[in-house]
Write a protein that binds this ligand. Structure first.
Ligand code: ADP
Ligand code: MG
Length: 187
């Protein structure tokens, strides 16, 4: 069954400065954001990052320049990373640390040549140690765990990006609920 309800929350100003976001709620498994600047994209990432736990899989799909790495900067900051995020284009996986010893993995599959090469990436080991953010997840095919938060980023105009979050699995539905509650309050 496909539930198609749209509630628009327009120009809602709160302490986080999300005043220009229009956020239609498509269904319980989805959230949609519009960003008007890299800083706003980072703030959205920070919000999600603050809820990330070991074993979480966040997939970022979108063309070059759509904002995947920018969103990851916010994710890592919100999660509490001690190091700054850079694009792991050449070494494929970056690992960030938190003061409590927590780890966050950032994989960029853009340069993966083949599925066999992808199979050498031990996603399970990473997920046992921390959360995992994946740019170009579609290049990993069915190596991606079935349950995940899949984010599609689209370049709309110069500084305008759209981000669609889709949760698969209870853990990720819960993550979306946490974001909704922290941004808009209430239940
Ligand atoms: N609203 C926005 N959100 C994210 N990035 C934006 C936005 N507006 C402009 N940009 C710019 O677009 C580029 C996005 O690059 P990046 O995050 O590396 O994309 P990707 O990792 O998807 O290739 C950056 O130069 C960033 O400053
Ligand atoms: Mg990138």
């Amino acid at each position: 069954m496909f539930i198609f309800k749209r509630f628009f929350v327009k120009h809602r100003v709160n302490s986080w400065g999300y005043n220009s976001i229009v956020m239609p709620i498509l269904d319980a498994h989805m959230l949609e954001f519009f960003s008007r600047s890299p800083e706003q994209t980072r703030r959205i990432g920070m919000r999600l990052g603050s809820f990330l736990k070991t074993g979480d899989v966040i997939c970022l799909q979108g063309n070059l320049g759509s904002g995947k790495t920018t969103l990851t900067q916010g994710l890592a900051q919100g999660w509490g990373a001690l190091d700054a995020v850079s694009s792991p284009t050449f070494i494929l996986v970056n690992m960030y640390r938190r003061a409590d010893g927590g780890q966050l993995f950032h994989l960029d599959a853009y340069r993966l040549e083949s599925v066999p090469e992808a199979e050498q990436l031990d996603l399970d080991s990473m997920l046992a140690e921390g959360a995992l953010i994946i740019e170009w997840p579609e290049r990993l095919g069915n190596l991606i765990p079935d349950e995940n938060l899949w984010i599609i980023l689209d370049h709309i105009a110069d500084e305008h990006r759209q981000m669609n979050f889709r949760a698969t699995g209870n853990r990720y539905d819960g993550l979306l609920d946490s974001i909704r509650q922290s941004m808009f309050g209430g239940g």
